[in-house]
Design a protein around this ligand. Structure first.
Ligand SMILES: Cc1cc2nc3c(=O)[nH]c(=O)nc-3n(C[C@H](O)[C@H](O)[C@H](O)COP(=O)(O)OP(=O)(O)OC[C@H]3O[C@@H](n4cnc5c(N)ncnc54)[C@H](O)[C@@H]3O)c2cc1C
Length: 458
């Protein structure tokens, strides 16, 4: 990397916060994307760790003036290569902006710097006896990363995705200006809503430096049910029926027993349900114990009517945490055998049909596509095995799956985003005019195209 750039960065942030040694930079060049599809990182990069929005502004002004690409980096838990620097430039790590500025109990809001981890924010929110409802799987993700990826997770079925919680942002634009959007407001119709554009922008419109999230009172009780079925159709059929009872579970997940067992074995834990091959994990929350039991009873009645072969209820904190831990570790455990993890969204009622289509595609390519996910919100993660990559048919399989999902009114990504590995497929579900408008918006924010090139849009 050119000396002038390194000198300038050291001048802005101080000697200690600029890395040029490859051995120290390695962990900044990747994320959790499956290796066969992980973009090749550039070797000629410099990592910079600014302390605040002012320093980020100075870095971006310099980079913009000299047309140097800048790659924002959060916790590196992204699954689509979004934070990987694919051309020489600057990796801008948010890790030093890690303060929880305030938990505002009066307004039910939390103000956090973008580099704070979800884990850190949850601890402070819970210490104030409040709830931040969304829970994307990896608590090492940073607040800014969660916002620009509009992360979802298991709780979206009841509480929605991150977008529903963002009330205000501080953003440094690629041209260096610092702007604030929104505030501690529940209603705000002032001007065009730039904040909504920033959410899900995957680091191409600006660098998020501070976030205001809405909070809620904690729920008093919860229970986790594992409902076992002998076949997948019955399990998936139960999903809309549960929702039609009026019970909106916190989570409504679909897993297969032999798959979840892999995670349990890896962790040296016991998956409590041993009957049936198709399992629904249903987490019910309520205002008190009676409420939780009444909702659980409604869920059980529906599932029994649809042929559930076993129903297990965990109501202690420990038992519930164990079930969630085994579910949360599934991806890291399966990753070594996986060539790509897709993130399909289909209309919730189409899930069973979509799984049938995946079976047909599996048969066509003589393989097994492990599939699990957030059944309650129509978001399924087909795991394409490594052997498809080795046989040279990975792209064909992916294309078939995408085409079928789009035909059903679905989308190629529900929560992981486009990153740098799904840009080519965007025209499958976005028309030319929409893509042109999106490119125009990007140009307006970033006239010289320095921010996260190669991400989010073709
Ligand atoms: C085990 C596991 C489970 C997961 N489960 C879920 C899940 O259930 N639901 C879900 O939605 N996701 C899930 N994820 C994906 C991941 O946690 C999210 O995509 C998360 O939002 C990424 O945040 P991050 O800070 O790690 O971002 P990174 O991976 O560092 O970056 C992601 C993108 O955001 C940009 N970026 C990061 N910070 C900023 C910033 N401050 N300003 C501007 N751009 C920025 C980067 O340039 C990149 O394009 C899971 C990941 C793992 C490893």
């Amino acid at each position: 990397m050119e000396n002038e750039l390194v000198t300038k960065l050291k001048e802005i942030v101080g000697e200690d916060w600029v890395l040029t040694d490859m051995a120290l930079m390695e962990s900044y060049l990747t994320d959790v994307t499956a290796l066969p599809v992980l973009p090749e990182p550039a070797s000629d990069v410099v990592v910079v760790k600014p302390a605040d929005a002012g320093e980020i502004s100075s870095i971006l002004k310099f980079a913009n003036e000299h047309r140097i690409p800048v790659f924002p980096r959060g916790g590196g838990t992204g699954c689509v290569g979004g934070a990987v620097p694919t051309v020489p430039g600057i990796v801008l790590s948010l890790e030093r902006l890690d303060r929880i500025v305030e938990v505002d109990k009066e307004n039910l809001m939390v103000v956090a710097e973008a580099g704070a981890t979800l884990e850190k924010m949850l601890k402070e929110v819970e210490a104030a006896d409040l709830l931040f409802p969304p829970h994307p799987g990896d608590e090492g993700a940073q607040i800014g990363g969660l916002v620009v990826c509009n992360a979802g997770g298991t709780r979206a079925v009841k509480f929605g995705v991150i977008r529903q919680y963002v009330k205000g942002l501080e953003v440094v634009l690629p041209t260096g200006e610092i702007v604030t959007m929104g505030g501690k407001l529940l209603k705000n119709n002032t001007g065009l809503d730039l904040m909504q554009l920033m959410i899900d922008s995957e680091g191409i419109l600006g660098i998020v430096t501070k976030v205001i999230f809405r909070l809620y009172p904690r729920f008093a009780g919860s229970a986790t049910l594992i409902v076992s079925f002998d076949d997948r159709h019955a399990a998936i059929k139960a999903v809309p029926k549960i929702l039609q009872t009026g019970v909106i579970p916190l989570a409504l997940e679909y897993v297969e027993r032999d798959v979840i067992q892999i995670s349990a074995d890896h962790l040296g834990m016991r998956w409590p349900a041993q009957k049936g091959m198709a399992h629904l994990i249903v987490i019910v929350t309520g205002s008190n114990e009676d409420d939780v039991y009444a909702q659980s009873a409604d869920v059980l009645k529906v599932c029994e009517g649809l042929g559930a072969v076993d129903i297990l209820m965990a109501d202690t904190r420990e038992e519930q945490a164990d079930i969630l831990k085994i579910r949360s570790e599934l991806y890291p455990v399966l990753k070594p055998q996986v060539a790509d993890v897709l993130d399909m969204a289909v209309p919730p009622a189409e899930i069973a049909n979509f799984l049938d289509v995946l079976d047909e595609i599996s048969r066509k390519y003589r393989t097994r596509i492990i599939t699990y996910g957030h059944a309650g919100d129509g978001n399924i993660h087909p795991h394409l095995p490594l052997e498809l990559y080795e046989r040279g048919v990975l792209s064909d399989v992916k294309h078939d799956i995408y085409a079928e999902a789009v035909r059903m009114g679905g989308a190629i990504t529900a929560e992981h985003g486009v990153g740098k590995i799904r840009t080519k497929e965007l025209p499958l579900c976005l028309d030319d005019k929409s893509l042109e408008l999106m490119q125009g918006i990007r140009k307006l924010f970033d006239p010289n195209g320095i921010l996260n090139p190669g991400a989010a849009l073709p």
